[in-house]
Design a protein around this ligand. Structure first.
Ligand code: HEC
Length: 193
């Protein structure tokens, strides 16, 4: 700070002007500055960002959800209408709910996320990336018994079928150790569902 004051003083001296403080008896010139701006309550209100604006819920499309369920690989671990792997909870809908909440579906996925992402990393080598629209469509599919009926054995290619994971090792006691090591457990025992 002191250095700055000194530099300013030196700069002023170099211009042939004395710093005001060092001129005893000098009358400071009256500053003709604008009056301080006092924003009115209305100005303040207008300058605030609007209270959170909620994005509209994406249109949900159960049919698109059915395609995504296969193309994104959910089917390799989850079963719907008897088709799919057994490594994860069956996502068959029994009754169509009155309403589908995609956020609730995300929350459900989030609860399963630790085991799900660990298993995806091991089985697929990556964690499946989903957009908000994808989640909305998958939520609709997960809640639609009618659409789920259209998922049949033939909906899945032979190649995809070879990827099905039936081991429920995330339910075994060795899962923690499995996750820590990040590789397959040797000699794991699998309980029958
Ligand atoms: C590699 C295997 C795997 C894949 C692929 C996979 N999941 Fe999962 N998922 C899991 C496992 C394991 C759990 C259960 C974890 C637990 O209960 O702790 C789970 C849990 C869930 C749950 C919560 C289930 C419940 O009990 O409520 C939902 C919903 C879900 N997954 C949706 C999906 C969707 C949608 C996809 C495709 C985008 C997907 N999963 C892909 C393994 C997988």
């Amino acid at each position: 700070m002191k250095k700055v004051v000194l530099i300013v003083a030196l700069a002023l001296a170099a211009c042939g002007r004395e710093p005001v403080d060092s001129a005893p008896g000098a009358v400071a010139p009256v500053e003709e500055s604008e009056p301080a701006y006092e924003p009115s309550a209305r100005d303040i209100a207008l300058s605030q960002p609007p209270t959170p604006v909620f994005a509209p819920t994406p249109q949900m499309n159960a049919r698109r959800g059915r395609i995504l369920f296969i193309s994104n690989g959910c089917v390799i671990c989850h079963r719907v209408n008897g088709v799919g792997g057994l490594a994860a909870p069956d996502l068959s809908a029994v009754d169509a709910p009155d309403e589908v909440d995609p956020l609730e579906f995300s929350a459900r996925m989030w609860r399963g996320a630790p085991a799900m992402s660990a298993l995806q990393t091991i089985e697929l080598g990556y964690v499946i990336e989903l957009s908000a629209q994808n989640i909305a469509d998958l939520a609709a599919f997960a809640a639609s018994p009618d659409e789920q009926q259209l998922l049949v054995a033939d909906s899945v290619s032979d190649e995809m079928r070879t990827w099905f994971v039936d081991e429920r090792y995330w339910m075994t006691g060795e899962w923690e150790q499995y996750r820590q090591r990040g590789e397959k457990i040797p000699n794991m025992t699998i309980e029958e569902p």
